[in-house]
Design a protein around this ligand. Sequence first.
Ligand code: FEO
Length: 394
Amino acid sequence: MKPREIRPGIYSVGAVDWDRRLFDSLIPLPDGTSYNSYLIKGSEKTALIDTVDPTMESVLVDHLDELGIRKIDYVIANHAEQDHSGSIPCMLAKYPGAMVICTPRCKGMLIDLLLVPEDKFITVEDKETISLGNRTLEFIHAPWVHWPETMLTYLREEKILFPCDFFGSHLATTDMYVTDEGQVYEAAKRYYAEIMMPFRTTIQKNLEKVKGYTIEIIAPSHGPMYDKPEFIMNAYYEWAFCVPKNIVVLPYISMHGSTRRMVTYFVEALAQRGVTVKQFDLTVTDIGKLAMALVDAATVVLGTPTVLAGPHPNVVYAAFLANALRPNLKFATIIGSYGWGGKTVEQLTALLPNLKVEILEPVLIKGYPRETDFKALDNLAEVIARKHKDMGYD
Ligand code: FEO
Protein backbone atom coordinates (compact mmCIF):
# COMPACT_ATOMS: atom_id res chain seq x y z
CA MET A 1 0.00 0.00 0.00
CA LYS A 2 1.08 3.56 -0.74
CA PRO A 3 1.59 6.27 1.88
CA ARG A 4 -1.74 7.92 2.74
CA GLU A 5 -2.30 11.62 3.33
CA ILE A 6 -4.34 12.21 6.49
CA ARG A 7 -4.23 16.00 6.37
CA PRO A 8 -1.98 18.21 4.21
CA GLY A 9 1.59 17.32 5.18
CA ILE A 10 0.55 14.48 7.53
CA TYR A 11 0.94 10.96 6.18
CA SER A 12 0.47 7.40 7.27
CA VAL A 13 3.70 5.70 6.15
CA GLY A 14 3.69 2.38 8.03
CA ALA A 15 3.28 -1.21 6.91
CA VAL A 16 0.40 -3.68 6.82
CA ASP A 17 1.40 -7.22 7.79
CA TRP A 18 -1.34 -9.37 6.29
CA ASP A 19 0.34 -12.70 6.89
CA ARG A 20 1.65 -12.51 10.45
CA ARG A 21 -0.15 -15.07 12.57
CA LEU A 22 1.63 -14.85 15.93
CA PHE A 23 2.79 -11.95 18.06
CA ASP A 24 5.39 -12.23 20.81
CA SER A 25 5.53 -15.92 19.83
CA LEU A 26 2.35 -16.15 21.90
CA ILE A 27 -0.64 -14.17 20.70
CA PRO A 28 -2.66 -15.43 17.71
CA LEU A 29 -3.26 -12.83 14.99
CA PRO A 30 -6.21 -14.22 13.02
CA ASP A 31 -6.50 -10.97 11.06
CA GLY A 32 -2.81 -10.04 10.72
CA THR A 33 -1.73 -6.63 11.99
CA SER A 34 -0.17 -3.34 10.96
CA TYR A 35 2.71 -1.25 12.27
CA ASN A 36 1.54 2.30 11.72
CA SER A 37 4.05 5.10 11.43
CA TYR A 38 3.12 8.72 10.81
CA LEU A 39 5.06 11.51 9.14
CA ILE A 40 4.30 15.11 10.10
CA LYS A 41 5.78 17.94 8.09
CA GLY A 42 5.90 21.29 9.83
CA SER A 43 6.98 24.59 8.30
CA GLU A 44 10.42 24.13 9.92
CA LYS A 45 10.83 20.55 11.10
CA THR A 46 9.68 17.10 10.14
CA ALA A 47 8.81 14.36 12.62
CA LEU A 48 8.20 10.65 12.27
CA ILE A 49 5.95 9.14 14.91
CA ASP A 50 6.89 5.54 15.69
CA THR A 51 8.55 3.29 13.13
CA VAL A 52 7.67 -0.26 12.07
CA ASP A 53 8.60 -3.80 12.94
CA PRO A 54 12.13 -4.41 11.62
CA THR A 55 10.84 -7.18 9.35
CA MET A 56 9.04 -4.47 7.37
CA GLU A 57 11.49 -1.58 7.51
CA SER A 58 11.92 -1.63 3.73
CA VAL A 59 8.23 -0.68 3.41
CA LEU A 60 8.76 2.36 5.62
CA VAL A 61 11.88 3.34 3.68
CA ASP A 62 10.03 3.02 0.36
CA HIS A 63 7.14 5.14 1.62
CA LEU A 64 9.46 7.90 2.79
CA ASP A 65 11.34 7.80 -0.51
CA GLU A 66 8.10 7.92 -2.42
CA LEU A 67 7.18 11.11 -0.54
CA GLY A 68 10.64 12.50 -1.30
CA ILE A 69 11.56 12.91 2.37
CA ARG A 70 15.23 13.92 2.51
CA LYS A 71 15.34 15.07 6.10
CA ILE A 72 13.70 13.96 9.31
CA ASP A 73 14.45 16.02 12.40
CA TYR A 74 12.69 13.98 15.05
CA VAL A 75 11.82 10.32 15.39
CA ILE A 76 9.19 10.15 18.12
CA ALA A 77 9.36 6.86 20.03
CA ASN A 78 6.08 6.57 21.92
CA HIS A 79 6.98 3.04 22.99
CA ALA A 80 10.18 0.97 23.09
CA GLU A 81 8.69 -2.36 22.00
CA GLN A 82 10.38 -3.46 18.82
CA ASP A 83 7.29 -3.62 16.60
CA HIS A 84 7.35 0.20 16.78
CA SER A 85 10.91 1.04 17.67
CA GLY A 86 12.73 -1.71 15.78
CA SER A 87 13.34 0.41 12.69
CA ILE A 88 14.75 3.40 14.60
CA PRO A 89 18.36 2.33 13.87
CA CYS A 90 17.47 2.16 10.19
CA MET A 91 15.87 5.63 10.34
CA LEU A 92 18.91 7.08 12.12
CA ALA A 93 21.17 5.61 9.46
CA LYS A 94 19.01 7.01 6.67
CA TYR A 95 18.54 10.42 8.32
CA PRO A 96 21.76 11.02 10.30
CA GLY A 97 20.57 14.40 11.62
CA ALA A 98 17.47 12.94 13.27
CA MET A 99 17.09 12.87 17.03
CA VAL A 100 14.96 10.38 18.94
CA ILE A 101 12.34 11.93 21.21
CA CYS A 102 11.02 9.79 24.04
CA THR A 103 10.45 9.60 27.79
CA PRO A 104 13.54 9.29 30.01
CA ARG A 105 12.61 5.69 30.77
CA CYS A 106 12.17 4.88 27.10
CA LYS A 107 15.64 6.23 26.37
CA GLY A 108 17.24 3.64 28.65
CA MET A 109 15.18 0.88 27.09
CA LEU A 110 16.06 1.89 23.52
CA ILE A 111 19.74 1.94 24.44
CA ASP A 112 19.38 -1.55 25.93
CA LEU A 113 17.12 -3.09 23.29
CA LEU A 114 18.40 -1.48 20.10
CA LEU A 115 21.84 -0.15 21.07
CA VAL A 116 20.87 3.36 19.98
CA PRO A 117 23.77 5.72 20.85
CA GLU A 118 23.13 7.83 23.94
CA ASP A 119 23.77 11.16 22.16
CA LYS A 120 20.88 10.56 19.74
CA PHE A 121 18.16 11.29 22.31
CA ILE A 122 16.05 14.22 23.44
CA THR A 123 13.96 13.19 26.44
CA VAL A 124 10.65 14.88 27.19
CA GLU A 125 8.62 15.27 30.35
CA ASP A 126 4.87 14.93 30.66
CA LYS A 127 3.02 17.70 28.76
CA GLU A 128 6.25 19.02 27.23
CA THR A 129 5.93 20.31 23.66
CA ILE A 130 8.13 20.53 20.60
CA SER A 131 7.49 22.91 17.74
CA LEU A 132 7.70 21.87 14.11
CA GLY A 133 7.14 25.51 13.09
CA ASN A 134 3.46 25.79 12.32
CA ARG A 135 2.68 22.56 14.18
CA THR A 136 3.13 21.57 17.80
CA LEU A 137 3.60 18.15 19.29
CA GLU A 138 2.64 17.61 22.92
CA PHE A 139 3.88 14.54 24.73
CA ILE A 140 1.61 12.88 27.28
CA HIS A 141 3.27 10.42 29.60
CA ALA A 142 1.11 7.33 29.91
CA PRO A 143 3.10 4.70 31.77
CA TRP A 144 1.92 1.08 31.61
CA VAL A 145 -0.06 1.17 28.40
CA HIS A 146 1.40 -1.40 28.35
CA TRP A 147 5.10 -0.97 29.22
CA PRO A 148 6.46 1.40 31.87
CA GLU A 149 8.00 3.88 29.42
CA THR A 150 5.02 4.64 27.19
CA MET A 151 3.78 8.05 26.08
CA LEU A 152 1.20 9.42 23.67
CA THR A 153 1.80 12.24 21.20
CA TYR A 154 -0.84 14.90 20.52
CA LEU A 155 -0.72 17.14 17.48
CA ARG A 156 -2.36 20.27 18.83
CA GLU A 157 -3.32 22.16 15.68
CA GLU A 158 -5.00 19.19 13.99
CA LYS A 159 -6.20 17.60 17.26
CA ILE A 160 -4.81 14.21 16.32
CA LEU A 161 -3.79 11.79 19.07
CA PHE A 162 -1.05 9.25 18.31
CA PRO A 163 -1.37 6.77 21.20
CA CYS A 164 0.78 3.90 19.80
CA ASP A 165 -0.59 0.64 21.28
CA PHE A 166 -3.34 2.32 23.32
CA PHE A 167 -6.67 1.97 21.41
CA GLY A 168 -4.97 -0.22 18.79
CA SER A 169 -6.13 -3.40 17.11
CA HIS A 170 -4.31 -6.23 15.42
CA LEU A 171 -6.07 -5.89 12.10
CA ALA A 172 -4.64 -5.83 8.60
CA THR A 173 -6.88 -3.71 6.40
CA THR A 174 -6.75 -1.39 3.43
CA ASP A 175 -9.13 0.96 5.24
CA MET A 176 -7.43 4.06 6.57
CA TYR A 177 -10.28 4.68 9.04
CA VAL A 178 -12.67 2.28 10.74
CA THR A 179 -15.42 1.29 8.34
CA ASP A 180 -16.68 -1.98 9.83
CA GLU A 181 -17.23 -1.09 13.50
CA GLY A 182 -18.23 -4.64 14.46
CA GLN A 183 -14.99 -6.07 13.08
CA VAL A 184 -12.83 -3.40 14.71
CA TYR A 185 -14.67 -3.68 18.03
CA GLU A 186 -13.83 -7.39 18.11
CA ALA A 187 -10.18 -6.87 17.11
CA ALA A 188 -9.71 -4.00 19.57
CA LYS A 189 -11.33 -5.98 22.40
CA ARG A 190 -9.03 -8.89 21.67
CA TYR A 191 -6.10 -6.48 21.74
CA TYR A 192 -7.28 -4.89 24.99
CA ALA A 193 -7.73 -8.33 26.59
CA GLU A 194 -4.30 -9.58 25.61
CA ILE A 195 -2.24 -6.44 26.07
CA MET A 196 -4.00 -3.86 28.23
CA MET A 197 -6.23 -5.77 30.66
CA PRO A 198 -3.39 -6.58 33.11
CA PHE A 199 -3.00 -2.80 33.58
CA ARG A 200 -6.68 -2.01 33.91
CA THR A 201 -6.30 0.50 36.72
CA THR A 202 -3.64 2.53 34.91
CA ILE A 203 -5.73 2.31 31.74
CA GLN A 204 -8.56 3.88 33.71
CA LYS A 205 -6.29 6.76 34.80
CA ASN A 206 -4.98 7.28 31.29
CA LEU A 207 -8.49 7.31 29.85
CA GLU A 208 -9.32 10.13 32.24
CA LYS A 209 -6.13 11.93 31.23
CA VAL A 210 -6.93 11.67 27.51
CA LYS A 211 -10.50 12.83 28.12
CA GLY A 212 -9.15 16.31 28.79
CA TYR A 213 -8.04 16.68 25.15
CA THR A 214 -10.18 17.60 22.18
CA ILE A 215 -9.53 14.80 19.71
CA GLU A 216 -10.68 14.65 16.10
CA ILE A 217 -8.66 11.62 15.03
CA ILE A 218 -7.03 8.80 17.00
CA ALA A 219 -4.16 7.38 14.99
CA PRO A 220 -2.93 4.23 16.78
CA SER A 221 0.11 2.23 15.75
CA HIS A 222 -1.88 -0.95 15.06
CA GLY A 223 -5.06 -1.20 13.00
CA PRO A 224 -7.16 1.49 11.32
CA MET A 225 -7.46 5.07 12.56
CA TYR A 226 -10.55 6.38 14.29
CA ASP A 227 -12.21 9.45 12.80
CA LYS A 228 -14.97 8.97 15.38
CA PRO A 229 -12.79 8.75 18.50
CA GLU A 230 -15.79 8.23 20.78
CA PHE A 231 -16.26 4.76 19.26
CA ILE A 232 -13.03 3.40 20.71
CA MET A 233 -13.04 5.64 23.79
CA ASN A 234 -16.48 4.33 24.77
CA ALA A 235 -15.36 0.76 24.15
CA TYR A 236 -12.31 1.25 26.38
CA TYR A 237 -14.48 2.77 29.12
CA GLU A 238 -16.77 -0.23 28.85
CA TRP A 239 -13.89 -2.73 29.15
CA ALA A 240 -11.65 -1.00 31.67
CA PHE A 241 -14.43 0.04 34.06
CA CYS A 242 -16.46 -3.10 33.46
CA VAL A 243 -18.65 -4.55 36.21
CA PRO A 244 -18.50 -8.33 35.74
CA LYS A 245 -21.44 -9.86 33.90
CA ASN A 246 -23.42 -12.99 34.64
CA ILE A 247 -20.88 -15.06 32.68
CA VAL A 248 -18.86 -18.19 33.45
CA VAL A 249 -15.75 -18.89 31.37
CA LEU A 250 -14.97 -22.59 31.25
CA PRO A 251 -11.63 -23.62 29.71
CA TYR A 252 -11.17 -27.37 29.92
CA ILE A 253 -9.38 -30.49 28.77
CA SER A 254 -10.67 -34.03 28.70
CA MET A 255 -8.48 -37.07 28.02
CA HIS A 256 -10.92 -39.98 28.10
CA GLY A 257 -14.31 -38.33 28.26
CA SER A 258 -15.03 -38.10 32.02
CA THR A 259 -14.26 -34.40 32.34
CA ARG A 260 -16.03 -33.67 29.06
CA ARG A 261 -19.18 -35.37 30.36
CA MET A 262 -18.97 -33.22 33.49
CA VAL A 263 -18.43 -30.07 31.44
CA THR A 264 -21.40 -30.81 29.19
CA TYR A 265 -23.65 -31.43 32.16
CA PHE A 266 -22.38 -28.42 34.07
CA VAL A 267 -22.76 -26.00 31.16
CA GLU A 268 -26.39 -27.09 30.82
CA ALA A 269 -26.93 -26.77 34.58
CA LEU A 270 -25.62 -23.20 34.52
CA ALA A 271 -27.56 -22.29 31.39
CA GLN A 272 -30.79 -23.56 32.98
CA ARG A 273 -30.13 -21.18 35.86
CA GLY A 274 -29.76 -18.23 33.52
CA VAL A 275 -25.96 -18.05 33.53
CA THR A 276 -24.15 -17.46 30.23
CA VAL A 277 -21.28 -19.90 29.72
CA LYS A 278 -18.32 -19.58 27.36
CA GLN A 279 -16.77 -23.01 26.96
CA PHE A 280 -13.28 -23.54 25.52
CA ASP A 281 -11.72 -26.89 24.63
CA LEU A 282 -8.07 -26.02 25.21
CA THR A 283 -6.82 -28.50 22.63
CA VAL A 284 -8.23 -26.31 19.86
CA THR A 285 -9.05 -22.93 21.35
CA ASP A 286 -7.62 -19.61 20.23
CA ILE A 287 -6.23 -18.09 23.44
CA GLY A 288 -7.20 -14.63 22.20
CA LYS A 289 -10.86 -15.71 22.31
CA LEU A 290 -10.32 -17.00 25.83
CA ALA A 291 -8.70 -13.69 26.85
CA MET A 292 -11.64 -11.74 25.37
CA ALA A 293 -14.14 -13.88 27.25
CA LEU A 294 -12.35 -13.06 30.50
CA VAL A 295 -12.83 -9.29 30.06
CA ASP A 296 -16.36 -9.23 31.43
CA ALA A 297 -16.85 -12.65 33.07
CA ALA A 298 -17.62 -12.98 36.78
CA THR A 299 -16.42 -16.56 37.21
CA VAL A 300 -13.85 -18.92 35.76
CA VAL A 301 -14.26 -22.67 36.09
CA LEU A 302 -11.25 -24.77 35.11
CA GLY A 303 -12.11 -28.26 33.86
CA THR A 304 -9.30 -30.79 34.05
CA PRO A 305 -8.50 -34.46 34.25
CA THR A 306 -5.70 -35.56 36.57
CA VAL A 307 -2.48 -36.44 34.78
CA LEU A 308 0.86 -37.15 36.39
CA ALA A 309 -0.73 -36.44 39.79
CA GLY A 310 -1.84 -32.92 38.87
CA PRO A 311 -3.87 -30.82 36.42
CA HIS A 312 -3.43 -31.28 32.67
CA PRO A 313 -0.58 -29.01 31.42
CA ASN A 314 -2.94 -27.21 29.00
CA VAL A 315 -5.16 -26.26 31.94
CA VAL A 316 -2.07 -25.13 33.87
CA TYR A 317 -1.29 -22.90 30.89
CA ALA A 318 -4.82 -21.44 30.85
CA ALA A 319 -4.68 -20.80 34.61
CA PHE A 320 -1.28 -19.14 34.30
CA LEU A 321 -2.55 -16.98 31.46
CA ALA A 322 -5.73 -15.96 33.31
CA ASN A 323 -3.62 -15.04 36.33
CA ALA A 324 -1.25 -12.96 34.19
CA LEU A 325 -4.08 -11.16 32.38
CA ARG A 326 -5.67 -10.13 35.74
CA PRO A 327 -9.28 -9.98 34.57
CA ASN A 328 -11.91 -8.59 36.93
CA LEU A 329 -13.13 -12.07 37.95
CA LYS A 330 -14.84 -12.55 41.30
CA PHE A 331 -15.13 -16.34 41.61
CA ALA A 332 -13.12 -19.37 40.50
CA THR A 333 -13.40 -23.10 40.90
CA ILE A 334 -12.38 -26.42 39.38
CA ILE A 335 -14.25 -29.42 38.08
CA GLY A 336 -12.71 -32.65 36.82
CA SER A 337 -11.95 -36.28 37.24
CA TYR A 338 -9.09 -38.41 38.60
CA GLY A 339 -8.18 -42.07 38.51
CA TRP A 340 -6.46 -42.62 41.83
CA GLY A 341 -5.56 -39.27 43.42
CA GLY A 342 -3.38 -36.20 42.93
CA LYS A 343 -2.98 -32.57 43.90
CA THR A 344 -5.01 -30.92 41.15
CA VAL A 345 -6.91 -28.39 43.27
CA GLU A 346 -3.86 -27.27 45.29
CA GLN A 347 -1.71 -26.89 42.18
CA LEU A 348 -4.29 -24.96 40.16
CA THR A 349 -5.40 -22.58 42.90
CA ALA A 350 -1.74 -21.80 43.65
CA LEU A 351 -1.49 -20.49 40.08
CA LEU A 352 -4.09 -17.75 40.63
CA PRO A 353 -2.57 -15.34 43.20
CA ASN A 354 -3.26 -12.23 41.09
CA LEU A 355 -6.96 -12.92 40.85
CA LYS A 356 -8.95 -11.44 43.71
CA VAL A 357 -11.40 -14.31 43.59
CA GLU A 358 -13.33 -16.37 46.04
CA ILE A 359 -12.51 -20.02 45.38
CA LEU A 360 -15.75 -21.98 45.34
CA GLU A 361 -15.89 -25.63 46.45
CA PRO A 362 -14.50 -27.69 43.53
CA VAL A 363 -16.08 -30.84 42.17
CA LEU A 364 -13.33 -33.42 41.68
CA ILE A 365 -14.64 -36.92 41.13
CA LYS A 366 -13.20 -40.41 40.79
CA GLY A 367 -13.62 -41.92 37.32
CA TYR A 368 -16.70 -41.36 35.19
CA PRO A 369 -19.44 -39.14 36.70
CA ARG A 370 -22.29 -40.84 38.58
CA GLU A 371 -25.63 -39.51 39.88
CA THR A 372 -24.08 -38.07 43.05
CA ASP A 373 -21.46 -36.25 40.95
CA PHE A 374 -24.14 -34.67 38.76
CA LYS A 375 -25.87 -33.53 41.95
CA ALA A 376 -22.63 -31.91 43.10
CA LEU A 377 -22.41 -30.11 39.75
CA ASP A 378 -26.02 -28.96 40.12
CA ASN A 379 -25.15 -27.59 43.55
CA LEU A 380 -22.12 -25.75 42.21
CA ALA A 381 -24.20 -24.28 39.38
CA GLU A 382 -26.75 -23.16 41.96
CA VAL A 383 -24.06 -21.51 44.09
CA ILE A 384 -22.62 -19.65 41.10
CA ALA A 385 -26.02 -18.48 39.84
CA ARG A 386 -26.94 -17.26 43.33
CA LYS A 387 -23.64 -15.46 43.87
CA HIS A 388 -23.92 -13.70 40.52
CA LYS A 389 -27.45 -12.66 41.41
CA ASP A 390 -26.46 -11.47 44.89
CA MET A 391 -23.70 -9.35 43.36
CA GLY A 392 -26.18 -7.84 40.90
CA TYR A 393 -24.40 -9.23 37.81
CA ASP A 394 -26.62 -9.57 34.78
FE1 FEO B 1 2.68 -2.78 19.52
FE2 FEO B 1 3.65 -2.92 22.74
O1 FEO B 1 3.87 -2.95 20.91
